[in-house]
Ligand binder design. Structure first.
Ligand SMILES: Cc1ncc(COP(=O)(O)O)c(C=O)c1O
Length: 389
């Protein structure tokens, strides 16, 4: 089956629901059983069918089946947010005394989880330069159990050589867990590149409409899935029924949405490269970007999330730029239909190797508006920046 056909049909079972195309939204805590024998039987297999709302429903299982199919894994687990998926996977797969290697460019709250919660759990974290590749071998200790990859990082867009990192990790008996939210289940196939567990902050492109928090952890084999699902079930982690439904609904159009996010993002990024106010554009799909060769080798596309560096100027000039925009909204997150913009300070948390920029960094999520309107908005922004410099 080709990709776009999978997007439409994965996880759909109309024959089980009176022919309805989409699964019903099971709003459920209690499940009742006709007999005590049926109740006991459900207890033997709690993660299939429906035993109790927290363990999963046909709605959450439909989303998990569809995302798993697109990512190319064994089986998925849905969670209440992307961060819950990251925290849940790391908690499930690490124990006291273990050591984890984490990309220095990772999402900020992931870093905080490692520095505070994993540390409290007795797990030590070491951050690695995202450009390290096979050189990551030098950072392994006898306790290293896991490498946490995010490629590219969602503020600096540095690409990582995931297959090289995975080869080193596997040779040393360690797992590779990846935040694949930027790559989406369409543009990067984690299990073909050596990843063992892939995480989607489904809040972004899967939901796609900025109206729900959702995460999905996809595991490459039964043992990993069982370990993750059991740990999350023990901790009471599950996704809400309506959020799961919004994820399923969003997923059916992710292919066409991403086409436009991608095309408009590249148009904006290429235009920004021509602006005299811009030092550089951080977008791995642009030829000349330091990560372009890896992106071209390992990815089949790029969503419209990227950043650019402005020539050094007072912070009030950047504020004037941001305040003058009419189509870009100031807001965190990404992946929705609307364009977003934020100022970013990616260098401040880095510890493996300094990440330097001479001027301010601005991150853009390119939405589904007409890209010419978005460019017109940025023209307005640069004019405000010039007047306030
Ligand atoms: C790269 C990345 N991973 C994970 C998350 C967390 O997702 P959520 O907001 O659903 O918790 C985010 C959120 O911005 C993100 O940018």
């Amino acid at each position: 089956m080709k990709r776009d056909t999978r997007i439409v049909h994965s996880g759909l079972h109309p024959e089980k629901q009176l022919g309805a195309v989409n699964p019903p939204v099971y709003h459920v805590s209690t499940v009742t059983y006709p007999t005590i024998a049926a109740m006991r039987a459900a207890g033997h297999d709690p993660f299939n069918g429906m035993r109790y709302g927290r363990y999963g429903t046909p709605t959450s299982q439909a989303l998990e089946e569809a995302v798993c199919d697109l990512e190319g894994g064994y089986r998925s687990v849905s969670t209440a947010s992307g961060l819950a998926a990251i925290a849940g996977a790391l908690t499930a797969l690490l124990k006291s005394g273990d050591h984890v290697l984490v990309a220095d460019s990772c999402y900020g709250p992931t870093r905080r989880f490692c520095d505070e919660q994993l540390k409290r759990n007795g797990v030590a974290s070491t951050y690695y330069d995202p450009s390290i590749g096979a050189g990551i071998a030098d950072l392994f200790t006898p306790e290293t159990r896991l490498v946490y990859v995010e490629s590219p990082g969602s503020l600096t867009f540095e690409m990582q050589d995931v297959p090289a990192i995975a080869a080193v990790a596997h040779a040393r008996g360690a797992l590779v867990v990846m935040d694949n939210t930027w790559g989406t289940p369409l543009f990067f196939k984690p299990f073909e590149k050596g990843v063992d567990v892939s995480i989607q902050a489904a809040t972004k492109f899967i939901v796609g409409h900025s109206d729900a928090m959702l995460g999905v952890i996809t595991c490459g084999n039964h043992d990993l899935w069982h370990a993750v699902k059991t740990s999350l079930a023990m901790a009471g982690v599950c996704a809400g029924a309506d959020e799961v439904y919004l994820g399923l609904r969003g997923l059916r159009t992710i292919g066409v949405r991403l086409q436009q996010h991608q095309a408009s993002g590249i148009k904006l990024a290429s235009w920004l490269q021509t602006r005299p106010e811009v030092v550089r554009v951080l977008h791995p799909a642009l030829p000349g970007d330091p990560g372009h060769a890896i992106w071209k080798r390992d990815f089949t596309g790029a969503p419209g999330l990227f950043a650019f560096e402005v020539k050094p100027c007072p912070s009030s000039s950047v504020d004037a730029f941001l305040d003058s925009l009419e189509h870009f909204s100031l807001g965190y997150s990404w992946g929705g239909f609307e364009s977003l913009i934020i100022p970013a300070s990616p260098g401040i948390t880095r510890t493996a190797k300094p990440w330097e920029a001479k001027g301010p960094i601005i991150r853009i999520h390119t939405g589904l508006e007409d890209p010419d309107d978005l460019i017109g908005d940025l023209v307005r922004g640069f004019e405000a920046l010039r007047l306030n410099s």
